[in-house]
Every structure is written in C-alpha cells, then in structure tokens.
Write a protein that binds this ligand. Structure first.
Ligand SMILES: [Mg+2]
Length: 360
C-alpha cells in the first residue's frame, strides 16, 4: 500500500496537573504533582498524533501551550516528515537557540509527529526504525527515601519485579547519604541494581568525597553529581570515581551530547526525549552512543522511551517515574521488571475523562 505522507491539519496543546502515586523529593525541593502539556497533532488523514512533555513547574505550562500552538500554526499544511520539520525549526530558532522552553516545545512536537506517522502506518514507532517491541529492563525511580519509612514502598517495587532502584542524594550531608544508601542496599539485597542521583547539587571536590564514601555499597551509577553545564567538572569526578557516572537528562539536542562525549564527561548517558530533540534527536544520540560504546538509558517518558531503547544499540536501563499514568487510557504496565513498547505510534491515548478532571 502506498499512501501519501500525512500533513499537519492543526496543533492543539492542553495543560494538566496530574496526581502522583508518590511525591519526588530531590536536593532542591519536592515535585508533588505532574505539570504536563498534552500535544495533539491532527492530520489530513484522520489520525491524530499525541505526545506529552513535563513542564517541571506549573509556571511554565501557559507559555509552553502558547509556544507549541504558535509553532504548530506555522507548520500547518506541511507534510509530517520529522527530519525536514526539525531542519525547518532549527533554521527558525537558530538565532534564539533552543535550550529551554523552545527546545521542549520542538521536542514535544517531534514526538507527536512520529506518533502520527506510526498511527498512519498502523505500526509502533519502534517498527518504523526497523526494530520490534521487546521487553526493556526498567528501574523504579524514587526521590529522597528513608530506608525505614519507605520500606514498604521499596519492597513493593521488588515485588513488581523491578531489578533496579534509583534514589536521590544530596539533600543532607555525606553521613546521611551513606546511612540511606547502606539502609537501602541492606533492604534490597546484593542483586538489585542501586543508583543514586545528586541532581547537580555538589561541587566536584565534594562529589569525589561522597562517591568515595558510597562506593562500597555497589552502586550502578552516580547521576549528575555536579551542575550539568560543568562538563569538565563531570570529567574530573569521573576520573576519580570508582562508580560509573551517569548524566544527560539536561543536555540539549544531539550537539550537547557530542560536546559532553568529546570531553569524557560521563561513563553513561541518559537523554531526555523532551530535551534531546524528541525521537529525531534521540536517534542521533543513539548513534553517538553506539560509536563511543556508551550505555544509554532513558529519562522520564517511559512510553516513548520503551520504543526508542528497543532500537538503541547500547540500550541500558529505562527509567520509570510515572507522571502521565493518571491521564493515559492505558498506563504503562511493568512485567517482571520490564516494559514493552505499545503501538500504534507511541501508544499514547488520552483518557479524556481524566484529562478533563486535571485540566488547568
Ligand atoms: Mg536525574
């Protein structure tokens, strides 16, 4: 069957604030709800592409909705050829730069474009790239935990089959980090992967000190020990660390990864679909990771990441931190600690009753 490429008929964006199963406390504060922007790209062929982005704070919801719809108006009538559209948006925002809200809007639109193409073809996005949906190993992503107070929750994660747990550090002193890491390691046993995320909260010297103290507890990675833009600082910590360094959720578009990889900033990378340039950007970073032999994990966006990790040659771990479950017709389902991509497209169908309930 040979069909015309669908074209963009209209772009709509809506803001919702979703409830979370558990709040996420980090070194800088608490995320107690999910401020999301839902994107709908209607096409001239009946299908509508869906994607969502995470606004981090409700203060950015309105500007993101406006940006996405404004860019959408500009692109209306164009064929959904995501690589061409990305080039067109690059030209449009070259002088402004697309770190920040513009990059989030562009990445979200790109995800919705690929979703529309998958739906139009009756295939999962993973299949558009020559892959097949397969179980991808997932870890359960926590905020700051207390091994005593959060014991039930952590054990429940293991009951669900998770073979990896990530916790946050840096919200207290080094002794507290050690107490928590030791407590969680004792609780989950030696065979479950344990990661710790400092969310950019340390300086290189302090990061090196803390990692040295935590290394005996067999950590799979230490994430963003220092500010994300401090690439040489990451490289310095990495050189002194017995634990692999993980970073990438805050690096913008494939170019950001090229620079980080060039200076040896990290052992492992974890692009965020909303900051890397959507599906199109992810593909470019997956190629960099393959060429440099760098294991690649995902950040948030479990539904779409399950598609992309299945076609990422160095695929490592999928993060499960579920901001969207409350507004999806079919929330993610972890089976034996794994997540399998669902189609067609990215497999994102809104639960409109829930969307109406949480609409801002
Ligand atoms: Mg992180």
């Amino acid at each position: 069957m040979s069909k015309k490429t669908p074209a963009i008929a209209a772009v709509k964006a809506r803001a919702v604030i979703t409830p979370l199963k558990r709040p996420v406390r980090n070194a800088f504060g608490v995320i107690d709800a999910g401020p999301l922007v839902l994107i709908d790209v209607a096409t001239d062929q009946g299908v509508t592409g869906h994607a969502y982005i995470f606004a981090y704070t409700k203060m950015t919801l309105k500007p993101l909705v406006g940006l996405i719809e404004e860019i959408g108006r500009e692109l209306t009538g164009k064929a959904i050829a995501p690589c061409d559209l990305m080039a067109a948006m690059d030209a449009k925002f070259r002088l402004l730069g697309w770190q920040g809200l513009v990059g989030m809007a562009v990445s979200g639109l790109d995800m919705a474009f690929w979703d529309a193409l998958g739906q139009a073809a009756g295939k999962g996005v993973v299949e558009l790239f020559g892959g097949a949906a397969r179980p991808v190993r997932a870890y359960d992503s926590y905020g700051v935990v207390d091994p005593v107070a959060d014991k039930e929750a952590l054990l429940h994660s293991l009951d669900q089959g998770f073979r990896g747990i990530k916790i946050k550090g840096g919200d207290g002193d080094a002794a507290n980090d050690e107490r928590v890491v030791k407590g969680v390691r004792d609780l989950i046993g030696p065979d479950v992967a344990l990661m710790i995320d400092f969310n950019q909260s340390l300086d290189p010297a302090e990061a090196i000190r803390r990692i040295r103290r935590l290394a005996p507890y067999d950590l799979t990675w230490v994430e963003e020990p220092v500010p994300q833009e401090n690439l040489s600082g990451h490289a310095r910590v990495r050189a002194a660390s017995a634990v692999p360094i993980q970073a990438g959720e805050n690096w913008w578009f494939p170019r950001g990864f090229a620079e980080a990889i060039a200076v040896g900033a990290t052992d492992l990378i974890m692009p965020d679909l909303m900051k890397v340039g959507g599906i199109t950007g992810w593909l470019a970073v997956a190629a960099q990771a393959e060429a440099a032999n760098i294991p690649m994990s995902s950040h948030l966006f479990a539904e779409a990441s399950a598609h992309m990790l299945a076609v990422t040659p160095t695929a490592d771990w999928l993060e499960v931190l579920d901001f969207a479950g409350a507004i999806l017709a079919e929330p993610i389902r972890i089976v034996d600690g794994m997540l399998t991509a669902r189609g067609p497209g990215l497999g994102l169908e809104w639960n409109e009753t829930a969307v109406a309930k949480y609409l801002v």
